[in-house]
Ligand binder design. Structure first.
Ligand SMILES: Cc1ncc(COP(=O)(O)O)c(C=O)c1O
Ligand SMILES: [Zn+2]
Length: 437
């Protein structure tokens, strides 16, 4: 018999599940111990990875040998996951001038993903492809917005019905996209926790598969390819990784990717992960600060607050009940990283500054991440000669209302007498002042 390409292994009891067909049949839990947390491992040869990286990928499907899909004809793709790491010199110059630090700063441009322009496109592409491989035709997911729109698009392309549960505060533009593709949207009266609860009941009632959250092996396997991409593009792992965190698929996947290839690339290790939350929804940061103040007592991972209906301006990050904190906090601690917060009043100033310096419009969750970068400098978390990757999780499509707040040069006029030419440079100082004050 031909050796299978991959298998799933329970993180808790090591029970092996043959493939996603079996995983779906056993309702995405370990039949032996009931854990929902299994990881995928491959029989593929990792010595080929450096060669595969030398290609010029159009998408993360370049890493097909290390993804849990058996037949290439099932691939659903919109050119996601082969996005660039860009040097952002204006941030390097700033770190040098204000803090005397020589930093190598790369920005990971998830807004360039071809599906919906977010961090979530690789996961949705892999999920759609694997579901197609097993002829699954109904699926459901609860999401704060970006996973929702991405799954809606990719599953629609695969011809799979997907019911989507959004919290009350989700962005109208997310709802519109999902609906436009013909997928069902349920806007749940309540917060993200409530949306997850009803989605789970719906999955049970109709016996429909549900995306199982931040540890879903489909999401993790897709996102781990960022490790391959960084090695391909800059030849090493960064020293520091900065990301806005909601549930934590990012750090979970990063850690998995590193463990997966450690045997082949013994020198690679996790970067220090600096996780950023907006101050209006920061349960993980609160928990971390408490643990740190007490020097990480036994069981610190299970001591976290639950915020009901967090009133954040960044609905995509509105996870008030951080159920994955026990898993994520251990990864962050092991990496030497930390959780920090940024002030939401800085979102618009940061959005304007980036638009001005890079001629690029960001979404609010990306502004949270950049706010974290400025905080990290202020808190002395970065050291000279380090390489930093900042994850820009989403572009501008996400939040039209945020875009409207980028306006600051308009004047209402009624005659040419009120108009005169300007110098773009004259705006710079004020924009920086607004971010730094
Ligand atoms: C743009 C963006 N950045 C960051 C995150 C946080 O992702 P996670 O906490 O799952 O790693 C999300 C998730 O909702 C997002 O949409
Ligand atoms: Zn188990």
């Amino acid at each position: 018999m031909k050796e299978s390409k991959y298998y799933l292994q329970c993180v808790k009891c090591e029970h092996i599940t043959e493939d996603f067909g079996a995983w779906f049949e056993q309702n995405q839990v370990c039949p032996k111990c009931g854990s929902k947390h299994s990881e995928v491992w491959y029989n593929s040869d990792y010595n080929e990875l450096p060669l595969i990286m030398k290609g010029n990928p159009e998408s993360f499907w370049q890493y097909f040998y290390y993804l849990p899909l058996n037949r290439r004809e099932n691939i659903i793709t919109r050119n996601e996951g082969a996005i660039s790491l860009q040097k952002w010199w204006f941030l390097e110059d700033f770190a040098k001038e204000k803090y005397g630090l020589n930093l190598d700063i790369y920005v990971y441009r998830n807004d360039l993903n071809g599906g919906t322009g977010t961090f979530k496109d690789v996961a949705a592409a892999l999920a759609a492809s694997v579901l197609k491989e097993y002829d699954i035709n109904q699926y459901c997911v609860a999401s704060t917005g970006n996973t929702a729109t991405s799954y809606a698009r990719y599953l629609s392309i695969a011809g799979i019905n997907c019911s989507i549960f959004l919290p009350e505060n989700a962005l109208k533009s997310s709802e519109a996209m999902i609906s436009a593709f013909g997928q069902n949207v349920y806007r749940v009266k309540g917060d993200y926790s409530k949306a997850k609860e009803i989605a789970a009941e719906y999955a049970k009632k109709y016996n429909i598969l549900i995306s199982s959250g931040n540890i879903d092996p489909l999401r993790v396997e897709a996102k781990k390819t960022m490790v391959f991409e960084w090695l391909r593009q800059i030849g090493k792992m960064p020293d520091v990784y900065i990301q806005a965190i909601s549930g934590g698929t990012g750090p979970i996947a990063l850690d998995k990717g590193v463990r997966e290839i450690k045997k082949t690339f013994p020198e690679i290790k996790n970067p220090r992960m600096i996780m950023v939350q907006p101050d209006a929804c920061d349960p993980m940061t609160q928990a971390w600060e408490k643990a740190e103040a007490k020097n990480f007592p036994k069981n610190y991972e299970n001591d976290y607050p639950i915020l009901d209906n967090p009133q954040t301006q960044v609905p995509t990050l509105a996870t008030g009940n951080p159920a994955t904190y026990p898993i994520v906090s251990r990864i962050i601690k092991k990496s030497g990283g930390t959780f920090i917060r940024m002030k939401e009043e800085k979102l618009v100033p940061i959005g304007r500054l980036v638009a001005y310096e890079r001629k690029l419009l960001l979404g609010p969750a990306s502004a949270v991440c950049l706010g974290g970068f400025f905080e990290a400098l202020e808190k002395n978390l970065l050291k000279s000669d380090e390489t930093i990757i900042i994850n820009i999780g989403e572009g501008v499509r996400r939040a039209p209302e945020f875009v409207e707040q980028m306006i600051y040069t308009s004047k209402d006029i009624s005659s040419v007498d009120e108009c005169k030419p300007h110098q773009i440079d004259d705006y710079r100082q004020q924009l920086w002042n607004d971010v730094l004050k």
